[in-house]
Design a protein around this ligand. Structure first.
Ligand SMILES: [Zn+2]
Length: 102
């Protein structure tokens, strides 16, 4: 366990899956403040800790999304500027959007 309450095995799975930002697709760069990997709760609920709700996104997307709901955030100027849409995001994000639509 770490201070985000994400178990180590889950962290390892997510790090294996998310090689780049799940939102904008940028390749992570730990030396670049904006492009470094950060932990993201897709649905903004710290109690939902599973492979479908935890992802890695870049610091830039994380600070833009912050506590906004995903579908709302996708309408923001930040997403428009970066061409981030429900179709461009990674599969784990798409799934989260689909589940909400059901
Ligand atoms: Zn990003």
């Amino acid at each position: 366990m770490n201070n985000r309450n994400i178990p180590n095995w889950l962290e390892i799975e997510i790090i294996k899956r998310d090689n780049n930002c799940v939102y904008c697709g940028v390749v992570f760069d730990k030396n670049d403040f904006k492009n470094k990997a950060t932990w993201e709760h897709i649905i903004n609920d710290e109690n939902i800790i599973n492979i479908s709700n935890i992802a890695l996104c870049c610091a830039s997307c994380n600070s833009s999304k912050w506590s906004k709901e995903l579908s709302e955030w996708l309408k923001s100027n930040y997403c428009k500027k970066k061409n981030i849409t429900s179709k461009s995001v990674s599969d784990v994000i798409k799934k989260s959007l689909w589940i909400k639509d059901i």
